[in-house]
Ligand binder design. Sequence first.
Ligand SMILES: [Zn+2]
Length: 103
Amino acid sequence: MARGRRPRPAERGRGRPVPPPLGGAMVTRRESGRDGEWNVRHVPGGSSVKDYRCPGCEQLVAAGTGHVVAWPADGYGGVEDRRHWHLPCWNARERRRPGFRRR
Ligand SMILES: [Zn+2]
């Protein structure tokens, strides 16, 4: 007859932590480059659930790969403006473009 306690759905702090969705607890940084000001967010591996096309190397950023999301800081229009980069490609984007001079 002992039914025991039913686990309450409201009980928190137990079980596996749920990773925050995109736009959750992740930190957005402001970076400026020759191509303007960017909002940059680092997406840890495992948080992405889609494949993206990296504008740096035009290869896929596979789902589950840690990467960088960047969008123009001025003219923030929405999710469509975001670009998903491999981290090395994002860091190298200015170096691969001729004409950019670092001060
Ligand atoms: Zn890339």
